[in-house]
Design a protein around this ligand. Structure first.
Ligand code: GAP
Length: 518
């Protein structure tokens, strides 16, 4: 655990030191759960968004883009259910004065105190029985595993019932009966559970009035901008079902607990795609998109750091839902949600607006409200995952024949903020710096480059390693003779010699998004 906390601290410190992420309004001691993306952060973030946009919009003939306004008519949030039901149950610890989500306390208890024990028993048995181990049979028959599984089922069924029926006392009873303590102080002295609406409300226009529609909300999800534009997009692009609408944009939630760096913020960015399908086919498409989205993540993260988590309690609009979880320094947590949202949103907007939101199916010769499968991933959570997965300390040979520690960000090259650093071997040799400038002026048309001549070459390599630059191009005295340069690979430390004229082709090939799509 200490290692994980260290890793978390190293990530936040590195992000600040190398211009990835700064605390918002830092000179005023910051605003909690708000962060600014620095010069390298914004480049990485843009590359992540491009990877998603290409995978969704460019690679699918039947997915088109949209950029809807953040502020929408207040009735949108009434119809979507957010005004009445976008609540989190919160609970305070009277001694530590810390506030928690009651549902998260219970879910964490199940994961850490029940599921973890089942997995421990299974792991022990696997070790004992070796190749002869029949895991399915063990899970179905072992006394202790059955005991824990029963306990899990009991907790989950009470938990789901309390959440669905909004029985807040039931949640408090469960927290007390399970002996759940405040993670900070160990105290079990809890307040009652209360509901807390997560939407930020604000006054619209110059004059505040009591009129219902002068109160607007900062959107808590981008999806509703897609739903209300469903027919506009379908008609103008002449799409037939199934088809999707993709959007990237800011969303805002007044989160109860927001203490995990950019994992849970009050202002964040989502990349959402709503896939409109014929009613009755939605669960097939739900499975399809689960598979597709997992593959997309697997192209940038190791498979063992990703897993599915099926929702025990479904949101008010869903008939199936799963998260893709990533192993963050604080454990497996949601990075993306895949939801089968039924016809709930379009149906409710149709009712409240009085406008038809139906699709005419020319084959079946009938009109209906399509069903929707949604994929929704947080840009900031992806960013965090990329950094957490990339940041490493390793031993490498130093110039004196010994070993030295280097800090390196092994970001997938195509996502790296700076792709190529152009470095003259020595600063005080005008013929080298002039040549290096020429190479830089050529390459800046190809990709994001940086020119750096300050400090010894070894220190400049380290600086680029820490930023995550996959390739360093060094201009030395041989370059002046034969127009070749050294290209150093960040990960393998191998150096190859290439003609300057071949650089563009080399870079375009290895730094193409096709590497990920392959
Ligand atoms: N439209 C569906 C929807 O918004 P969600 O599971 O609440 O579903 C989708 O959010 C994704 O948005 C999450 O998987 C997560 O990556 C991101 N997200 C949600 N709340 C966030 C927050 N407070 N800070 C950062 N990212 C967040």
């Amino acid at each position: 655990m200490k290692n994980k906390q260290d890793q978390f601290k190293k990530i936040t410190a590195h992000c600040k030191e190398y211009g990835y992420i700064f605390q918002s309004s830092e000179i005023y001691d910051g605003l909690s759960a708000s962060y600014d993306y620095g010069p390298y952060g914004v480049l990485l973030k843009n590359n992540i968004k491009e990877y998603w946009w290409k995978a969704m919009v460019q690679m699918h003939e039947n997915i088109v883009g949209l950029d809807a306004a953040i502020l929408m008519h207040p009735k949108v949030w009434k119809a979507s259910g957010h005004v009445d039901a976008f609540n989190d149950p919160m609970i305070d610890n009277k001694d530590s004065k810390k506030r928690y989500r009651a549902d998260t306390l219970i879910e964490d208890y199940v994961a850490n105190k029940v599921d973890a024990k089942i997995e421990k028993e299974v792991a022990k048995a696997r070790k004992r029985f070796g190749d002869a181990f029949d895991e399915a049979q063990f899970r179905a028959t072992n006394g202790r595993v059955l005991q824990y599984t029963k306990k899990r089922e009991d907790i989950i069924s009470r938990f789901v019932k309390s959440m669905e029926t909004n029985e807040l006392d039931g949640l408090k009873d469960l927290i007390e009966e399970l002996g759940i303590a405040c993670p900070e102080s160990g105290s079990k002295n809890w307040t009652d559970v209360r509901q807390f609406n997560l939407m930020f409300a604000m006054q619209f226009g110059a004059l505040a009035s009591d009129a219902e529609d002068s109160q607007v909300y900062l959107r808590p999800e981008t999806a509703q901008g897609i739903f209300v534009n469903f027919l506009n997009v379908q008609k103008t692009t002449r799409q037939k079902l199934p088809f999707g609408i993709a959007q990237i944009g800011k969303a805002f939630r007044n989160e109860i607990v927001a203490r995990q760096f950019i994992f849970r913020m009050r202002e964040f960015e989502q990349m959402e795609m709503q896939f409109f399908v014929k009613p009755g086919t939605e669960l097939k498409w739900y499975e399809y998109w689960k598979e597709q989205r997992l593959k997309w993540h697997q192209a940038i993260f190791p498979a063992h750091k990703l897993k599915f988590h099926k929702h025990e309690k479904l949101a008010h609009y869903a008939n199936a839902a799963s998260d893709i979880e990533f192993e963050y320094p604080f454990g497996f947590k949601e990075i993306e949600g895949i939801h089968s949202r039924t016809d709930f949103d379009l149906g409710e907007h149709q009712k409240l607006s009085g406008r038809k939101l139906q699709y005419f199916d020319s084959e079946a010769q009938e009109s209906y409200v399509p069903f929707v499968v949604e994929t929704s991933v947080g840009v900031d959570r992806l960013f965090f995952a990329v950094v957490a997965n990339s940041l490493q300390e390793e031993q490498v040979p130093d110039a004196k024949g010994g070993m030295a520690t280097r800090v390196v960000m092994k970001i997938p090259p195509v996502l790296a903020p700076i792709k190529v650093a152009v470095l003259p071997l020595l600063k005080n040799k005008p013929e080298l710096t002039a040549k290096a400038r020429k190479v830089f002026d050529k390459l800046k048309f190809v990709t994001d480059c940086q020119y750096d001549e300050k400090d010894a070459i070894g220190r400049r390599y380290r600086r680029q390693d820490a930023i995550g630059t996959p390739y360093c191009v060094t201009i030395d005295f041989d370059t002046l003779e034969d127009d070749t340069v050294t290209v150093r690979d960040r990960d393998t430390l191998e150096q190859i010699r290439l003609p300057i004229d071949a650089l563009e082709g080399y870079i375009n090939k290895i730094l193409s998004f096709n590497q990920l799509f392959a």
